[in-house]
Write a protein that binds this ligand. Structure first.
Ligand SMILES: [Zn+2]
Length: 308
């Protein structure tokens, strides 16, 4: 059985399962985005391994598939947004049914409406707001926001042409590509939402730097991502259902994500204080705010800014 002590070099490629995979690895991965530590091996998942930061626990996949392979095989599959998520523990449907029932007692039973409720706790629903959703998929959240706040100016970005097409057919303004491929020409937003996105991106720090360029001072960033520090990962280990090394490239903890946000000039405003229940949870839901005036005369962020 695989244990932490066995972790070392990645296992030889399984040619039967992934023919010609060797040509599909991305060479030279960026450093971990959080702390300046040498990562330690944590898990092996088939021919992938998970390495984690010794200080804050943020983890990433190593090695990983090249971006064009991920786009073609995964995101452009017509069923990417509809097929059930990977292997799940057998009692999970029951657990989810109970959870949904409990949630519906005090929150909206529809997930997109709950997201919209959450966003509008921070951003006034009645004012005109420029809102950007990165990874908008087929546009369910944009639709929920358009229905409740018609004066909001809504924009979406998604790397999947399949998803972007569905959005455009619904009349939304959507760009196809990753954030670095999309040219918004200095456009700024009061709120940016990236729900279950940051675990997919090639370089989370560059991703956040791009957001800083397009976020107004005082604007809010909404992030949602699996919690690598949570109980589920600790209980399930290699069978944790968020381990999807073909496309979940990074796995965050509360301290790691908070630190990363701070390095680009964002301040966490939710959760105000990370309680044990947040830390044990299956997901990280975090809101950060761009400071009105940058402390210490920090320069305005620019596109393509060099790392410190
Ligand atoms: Zn770290």
């Amino acid at each position: 059985m695989w244990s932490r002590e066995d972790a070392g070099r990645p296992a030889p490629l399984d040619e039967k399962q992934y023919p010609a995979l060797a040509a599909e690895w991305e060479p030279g991965l960026p450093a971990l985005p959080c702390c300046e530590t040498e990562p330690r091996p944590a898990y092996r998942l088939r021919q992938f391994q998970i390495v984690e930061c010794r200080r804050c626990g943020t983890a990433r996949v190593d090695p990983r598939l090249r971006a064009p392979v991920r786009l073609e095989r995964i995101y452009n599959r017509p069923d990417y947004f509809t097929r059930p998520a990977g292997r799940r523990p057998f009692f999970q449907p029951l657990r989810h049914a109970i959870w949904r029932r409990l949630v519906s007692l005090y929150q909206h039973p529809d997930a997109q409406q709950r997201r919209a409720d959450f966003i509008q706790r921070f951003v006034p629903a009645e004012r005109p707001v420029r809102f950007l959703e990165i990874g908008c998929g087929p546009g369910k959240l944009l639709r929920a926001l358009a229905d409740r706040s018609p004066q909001w100016d809504l924009t979406g970005i998604d790397p999947s042409e399949v998803a972007a097409r569905a959005c455009r057919e619904a009349g939304r303004r959507v760009f196809t590509g990753t954030v670095e491929e999309v040219d918004l020409a200095g456009e700024r937003f009061q709120a940016v939402c990236a729900w279950n996105v940051i675990e997919h991106v090639d370089d989370p720090r560059r991703f956040l730097e791009w957001i800083m360029v397009h976020l107004e001072p005082g604007g809010h960033l909404f992030l949602h991502t699996p919690n690598y520090g949570g109980l589920m990962r600790r209980l399930y280990g290699t069978r944790w259902f968020e381990f999807k090394p073909e496309y979940h490239l990074y796995y965050f903890t509360h301290p790691g994500l908070t630190r990363l946000l701070e390095t680009v000039g964002l301040r966490r405003v939710y959760p105000e204080r990370v309680r044990w229940i947040d830390d044990a949870g299956h997901q990280i839901r975090m809101v950060a705010q761009r400071q009105l005036s940058a402390p210490g005369g920090r320069r305005e962020p620019r596109a393509g800014v060099e790392r410190p």
